[in-house]
Write a new protein. Sequence first.
Lengths: 289, 289, 383, 383
Amino acid sequence: MSIFVDDDTRVVVQGITGGEGKFHTRQMVEYGTNVVAGTSPGKGGQDVDGIPVYDTVSEAVEKEDANASVVFVPPAFAADAIFEALDTDLDLVVAITEGVPTQDMAKVNKRLSETDTRLIGPNCPGIITPGEAKLGILPGNIFEEGNVGLVSRSGTLTYQVVSNLTERGIGQTTAIGIGGDPIIGTSFVDALEAFENDPDTHAVVMCGEIGGEDEEQAAKFIAENMDTPVAGFIAGRTAPPGKRMGHAGAIVSGSGTGTAESKISALNDAGVPVGDTPNEVADHIEDFL
Amino acid sequence: MSIFVDDDTRVVVQGITGGEGKFHTRQMVEYGTNVVAGTSPGKGGQDVDGIPVYDTVSEAVEKEDANASVVFVPPAFAADAIFEALDTDLDLVVAITEGVPTQDMAKVNKRLSETDTRLIGPNCPGIITPGEAKLGILPGNIFEEGNVGLVSRSGTLTYQVVSNLTERGIGQTTAIGIGGDPIIGTSFVDALEAFENDPDTHAVVMCGEIGGEDEEQAAKFIAENMDTPVAGFIAGRTAPPGKRMGHAGAIVSGSGTGTAESKISALNDAGVPVGDTPNEVADHIEDFL
Amino acid sequence: MVMKLHEYQAKEIFAEAGIPVPESHLASSVDEVMEAVDEIGYPAAIKAQVHVGGRGKAGGIKIATDEAEARQAAEDILGMDLKGYTVGKVLVEAGVDFENELYVGITMDRNEGKPVAMVSTEGGVNIEEVAEETPEAIAREHIDPAFGLHPYQARKIVFEAGIPRDVAFDVASFLSTLYDLYEANDASDIEINPVMITSDRDVVAADAVMNIDDDALFRHDDLAAMEEDSYEDELEAKAGEYGFDYVRLSGNVGIIGNGAGLVMTTLDLVDYYGGTPANFLDIGGGAKAERVANALDMVFSDENVDSVVFNIFGGITRGDEVAKGINEALESFDEIPKPVVVRLAGTNAEEGMEILNTDLVQVEGTLEDAVQRAVENAQEVSQ
Amino acid sequence: MVMKLHEYQAKEIFAEAGIPVPESHLASSVDEVMEAVDEIGYPAAIKAQVHVGGRGKAGGIKIATDEAEARQAAEDILGMDLKGYTVGKVLVEAGVDFENELYVGITMDRNEGKPVAMVSTEGGVNIEEVAEETPEAIAREHIDPAFGLHPYQARKIVFEAGIPRDVAFDVASFLSTLYDLYEANDASDIEINPVMITSDRDVVAADAVMNIDDDALFRHDDLAAMEEDSYEDELEAKAGEYGFDYVRLSGNVGIIGNGAGLVMTTLDLVDYYGGTPANFLDIGGGAKAERVANALDMVFSDENVDSVVFNIFGGITRGDEVAKGINEALESFDEIPKPVVVRLAGTNAEEGMEILNTDLVQVEGTLEDAVQRAVENAQEVSQ
């Protein structure tokens, strides 16, 4: 088993005719992902490597029975593309685009709450179920089938930790990069909950970083709801404090949250060992299995 | 029994310090309605006939445990007042105000779909459960306790039909004016469903008028879902066709719907007798009981 | 209810928002028309500016290909009676050499409680028939009013409607602009029919409809100022001044009441009892004595009226105010011009009955009796 | 990340939107300051325009009650070093005779995924302490971004915060205007602290904070044009030109990587293995050879750097491009200035390893080994 994506995932690539869209569509197909359609408004009727291109997502869904999309649309149009995807009742939308304006995402977030669709990202590397499907830009060759779930806010850090696992022969059920933007679709808690409910996932790696309170909330969730063991990593212990002006952000978040210390101690309190290095995280996982 | 309002309804009057608000608050209180608070931004701390006035609905709800509101706020601010009421999770909001811009109501309608609150109106006379509570501007003296439900799009036509009933000694469980605006909170179907589920309502009067398709939908609902007998009245059989420009409205509604003939035949097809005069409606109800 | 803009007013608003419209000039005399065509050239369309549907079929639009035709068209159309309206202004507009006519419109779908955008390749005067016979030829998309029309939605219906690919983005952009105008101006309908695709593959708004929600005019002084009185007759103009909902009809029983539903019912009953309504007049809720007197004045001014029925069921409207108004209006006459039947019920009806000068009016206790008596009165008077 | 506006820029925007601000002039010399105070009168505030929090406490704001004080303040502040920034401009502003200081602000609450508006009667420099110690003294209201800030919400938090009744509607109107500005300009934060209530019971924006979401600058040319380079040092200026996410630190191990999380982790590991990071440098995703070379150039330009670790785990970034860039940068030197450890993994890492000129760099297979070696190199070089 796995979470969110598998062999039955039928993918439409939004922005398939762009440079990145085209390149990563090939990579996804090579990995074995079932890419059934692409969209590019005005280019309906064309094809990319034999994959049919439609003007709209609704047409792609209707004609090719897609149930998931990957968004490679440039930042200025990305939110509109996500809205379009959400309008078609897809099960999953993975937004890779980096640099989507935050207020656009706040509106997307509102719309998301009205649907049953899962959004991953934006500004994320995507999701992969090794051996079955890859939706996004993760380098497929570092992953291996197995029984460890992984969820991370950072793209390249995900790759690092995965390679630490794979090198030891520890494979993954599913790995998800949830993205580091202020507003994202799938949170740590969402992913952890899905891993907890997946009988094939025997342990979970959670890679956080400084800022926000998502890791603290995840710690709370783990303590209260999870039997599956979790090991953590938090990037940014030595990060310099940003130069801030204005008080609004601090009032909302409070001064004590968002630091590496706060996150690490929250996780430790929840019984989650936090590695000092990515390799140490792999040590903890090895102990669990 | 009754629907939507009864002895336990605790009312906050929005716009209680205005002329209409003040006048009808007195009328409601005289009728025996449990008016527990009023609002008027900037006038918090004052009172109207001993009823405490608050700056905000949330404060009124918190302090006086109100569970319903009646809106007497002028049209320019009415939608904002309804939004405010919807934000406090009241069970019921009755908007009396006439002349609320339609696009304001479209936004309210969207917000309404996110809540569990029932909205009646706007541009309606309100709702009354004879002997228990009156929320709105209906003249209380024409109503009598009994077992006939009444729902109407028109205010004064409601009074007419009610007086035809009361004069014969036929009382009412609850009477509702749903309002004649293009976008309203509670439809015929909503009210009919509630009457169907009320064991004390033995028959229902439904007063429609030309325009829209609400009566046709009600006829469908009655045929499919109602055991309680319904008698109908449709105003506007001889109404002159409006002078229209542009096609958009006709394309959306279709040319055949919205006429008195269409509504009457839909109701007849659903087994609902439609009176030629208000008095004939009372005849039909008398037959049912 | 709505306030209708003239084509030329709507086109000014559209053009300012960036939608291409043909060159045009407004003219109210033959000379002005000739000046305009001089500037614009031929072919030119001369289009009556009146609030009437089906102008073209009724002879309110003519195409002129030379000076003689232009002058003839101007003379024909200016001053003509178009379904009861006198044409005072025409729009003189450059003729467009077009290959296709599209339909683009936005209105409120009251069943859904949200606006709907519509696009079709079958634009033109027969669009309503298209809607009836081949509804699938009109692509529709509902709009969430909290978000507005998303760009993807504009593209979606344009592609669904089968708009030619080379102008698809132009038409989608029209739609987005139209929705912005719809929302910003509290429009009830906004429509371009037809959008013309020219031989150069440009898209042009060849007509323009924009109706404004009356209830929202308080926040659109600019639009309210555009309202041009062009009532069919002086009675409707008078009703406009008084602020009554009034429609003149062809019968002889004058009808006054409070609340649209009750007034409509009164009309229906006049018909049911064999009479013919002379008008629909709703004095609205909470009318004071003066307003009541004005209403009687209105109905008496209609020379077709042989009898009047005054039907009030008070909620906000108070019977005593109504009675005062009736007295005021009637006491000013030496002789009551037409017999008036009054039926008062509801709030303060008893107080009203005490005040009412029953020497001047006939009183009935029920709606049915009041209408029947008014119908009888009319029959007697008209004999 | 955000683009910060200076107080004077934010105030111009606020004033244009109708929020009252004190009279003020921008000045960049002592003479200009003196001209400004001549016009404004006394008391006048002289306020450093730099992107630094806590200006006041750091001596960047002074109140002058006469000419001598004004000249002294201008001389003190202009050119002063404020937490690393040189003050080039001051805002000279009329002093406000105030009775209360309020706080009003709007920011994005990332936990809720929606904006939040905040109001407090405890405005002023200690607002963060207020938030920490008596959070109930700050009224908060979340905003549905599809609807915007409803008027009732603005009133609600103003009344909840206990704003004096006589200025409550003024402050609510400030909030509504601020939200309009927040949305129209894609702000990440917008804040007035303090809002001053004057002895005449007027409300005035005495300070102004407005930060813009970098990611949305593409649709705000007007705001983008307001960006003023005021980097702490020339290396950060250079990073700005190159478009790198770069922060200069005080250590001696230069760090280059792709992706913020991985670069942060590299910093953490340098620290973990006993070294001190000289910088944070993220080349971003999909970097080409030239960008890689620029990154090396950046780090070599920092004279504190004794050793460099180059850590790439390619997703979109391709190992061959990285290797090419490293070769290009290093082959231009007669002698490599500082030892460089390279660790390449992920997309096209093998191709990269084949291209990489291993005469010029040290190669390590794992992150841990690469960092350890770079720390050792730095220790050796610095001895």
